[in-house]
Design a protein around this ligand. Structure first.
Ligand code: XMP
Length: 521
């Protein structure tokens, strides 16, 4: 068990992941759990502190998420944020009221109690981010008001004796100027955490835990070449070596040389000791995709075929393998707003890339091994580097499961795959050379299904048009086209037309998302 841990209780707040991030930035490990956890369970987890998230409810609503008084009596420091602060006031006998209008956005907070441990070294006046309608009108017995804003009489309150703290504003968002300091004061000051949560410690500890759990059993992992499954493989290989079986299904829709790279690292002669099988299923996928040009149909064909191929390989290991492993990461686990639906995403219909019926039929354990389950993407990357996974793999941009199929508009043929692979390799190489790749969210070449007339030398051509796309995005939900310097685009255009057979035009996609998507299909 990790020694130093903060428990974040989720009351439906949209910023819970942000809270977790900030806590980890203080060097302290934390986990998000549903607010329905009993005080007894929380005690059993031995947290150094508890944070209540915000949430969209009012404490007066009939089914509003709540908590018992006993949570405040564990002797563990508690920090309530937004709804969490109102709930603390409500449960402990203070008074919460509903304001006639909501307070939303930035506000200036004034510190009233400079001696507050939570507000230590916080400026007398600073900007905070507010988002609430209810407010604390009267603090519970034993509490005092430590700050206020023009509209909010209790911007923060505390009972330093019982170590209970609450803030109406959101310290986790960057608009709250002193937010990071406030969270630091809580976890490092009030909770007394040392802040030695590091990726090296995580890797070591996880390897030990995996060894303990797995014992002499064997584990099967589907490797996609993506960061998450790659780092999962690295961790498991360090933990159990040859008891790990990795199956890499090459569907023929990877980027240039990608399949070979995965094989070089994990196959014979690579730096990881494990059993590695590459299934060259290119022909099989191409055959199924022949004549298909509808985007959804193409996706479905790949989505159905993949587990079939993987299942056939898995079948060869039935009787030998006990566990399936999976590269689930934290954002996959914590998706829902109210905490109650967490875990639904990958757990029930699909275990380690196989439908649950197949898992049962083959006699594998129904609970997958997911060593990265509690990590954010950048943490996964840091673990990868710790374990010696090459930088190129660790910092790969996201790549869709159906691969180049969503970057080839219309029917897929092996020739088109080759065109897009070559053009993409050139585009990535040139952006890297020009040093403009660092700030891009995603960038790649795609292939339109447009044929047009051109002229090369003395010949008329009737070739395909490559589409170059580079977007700026932080969350992949929205994106805008990046302004790639014209001279860089020109170099790409010249090289692609000269070096990639069958292409006579290069287009740059300037659409944003929405209304466009990042991928073309
Ligand atoms: P769109 O094209 O929807 O893409 O704007 C948003 C992000 O999701 C990735 N993407 C996928 N990832 N399977 C995946 O694993 C898919 O089917 C898929 N489709 C899109 C895309 O690369 C971008 O990062």
């Amino acid at each position: 068990m990790r020694e130093e841990k903060i428990i974040i209780l989720d009351f439906g707040g949209q910023y819970k992941q942000l809270i977790a991030r900030r806590v980890r930035e203080c060097g302290v490990y934390c986990e998000i759990h549903s607010h329905t956890l009993t005080a007894e369970k929380v005690r059993g987890m031995k947290p150094a502190g508890i944070i209540f998230t915000g949430g969209p409810n009012s404490v007066f609503a009939k089914d509003a998420p709540s908590c018992g008084r006993d949570l405040f009596e564990l002797g563990v420091p508690v920090l309530g944020i937004c709804y969490g602060s109102q709930l603390m006031a409500h449960v402990l006998g203070g008074e919460v009221k509903t304001a006639p209008t909501s307070e939303y956005g930035q506000a200036v907070v004034t510190v009233d109690e400079e001696a507050s441990p939570l507000l230590k070294d916080v400026r007398k006046e600073s900007t905070v981010w507010m988002s609430h309608t209810d407010y604390i009108a009267r603090v519970p017995e034993g509490f005092k008001v430590t700050s206020h804003t023009a509209k909010c009489p209790v911007a923060s309150m505390e009972d330093a004796v019982r170590r209970l703290y609450a803030v109406q504003f959101h310290p986790e968002v960057l608009h709250t100027e002193e937010g990071t300091k406030i969270l630091y004061n809580f976890v490092r000051g009030i909770c007394g955490c040392r802040g030695d949560w590091q990726m090296s410690a995580f890797a070591e500890e996880t390897i030990r835990e995996l060894r303990e759990k797995i014992g002499d059993d064997h584990v099967l992992l589907g490797l996609s070449g993506g960061v998450d499954s790659t780092v999962t493989a690295a961790l498991l290989s360090r933990a159990i070596g040859k008891q790990l079986h990795c199956v890499f299904v090459d569907h023929g829709l990877m980027r240039k040389n990608e399949g070979d790279e995965v094989e070089r690292i994990f196959g014979e002669g690579g730096s990881f000791r494990l059993n590695f099988t590459r299934v060259n299923a290119q022909e099989r996928f191409y055959r199924k995709l022949t004549g298909q040009s509808d985007p959804e149909t193409k996706r479905k064909i790949i989505g159905d075929e993949f587990p079939r191929v993987f299942g056939e390989e898995a079948g060869k290991l039935a009787g030998k393998v006990r566990y399936l492993a999976q590269g689930t990461i934290y954002p996959d686990v914590v998706e829902s707003g109210d905490g109650s639906k967490s875990d639904v995403i990958k757990s029930h219909h699909n275990v380690g890339g196989l439908p649950i019926e197949v898992v049962r039929e083959l006699g594998f354990d129904e609970t997958p091994i997911e060593p990265l389950r509690m990590l954010f993407k950048d943490e996964v990357r840091r673990v990868g580097l710790e374990l010696g996974v090459p930088k190129e793999l660790v910092y790969r941009q996201p790549f869709p499961g159906p691969g180049l199929a969503v970057r080839i508009v219309g029917e897929i043929t092996p020739h088109k795959v080759q065109i897009v692979q070559e053009a993409d390799a050139i585009f990535r190489e040139e952006l890297h050379k020009a040093g403009v790749d660092k700030d891009l969210g995603q960038y790649f070449a795609a292939l339109s299904n447009m044929r047009s007339v051109g002229v090369m030398g003395d010949h008329r051509t009737y070739g395909l048009a490559v589409v170059l796309r580079a977007v700026l995005t932080s969350d992949f939900m929205t994106a805008e086209a990046a302004e790639i310097p014209w001279d860089v685009l020109k170099i790409c255009m010249t090289r692609i037309i000269n070096e990639v057979e069958g292409v006579n035009r290069v287009l740059y996609d300037i659409s944003s998302k929405p209304p466009g998507t990042i991928e073309l299909e």
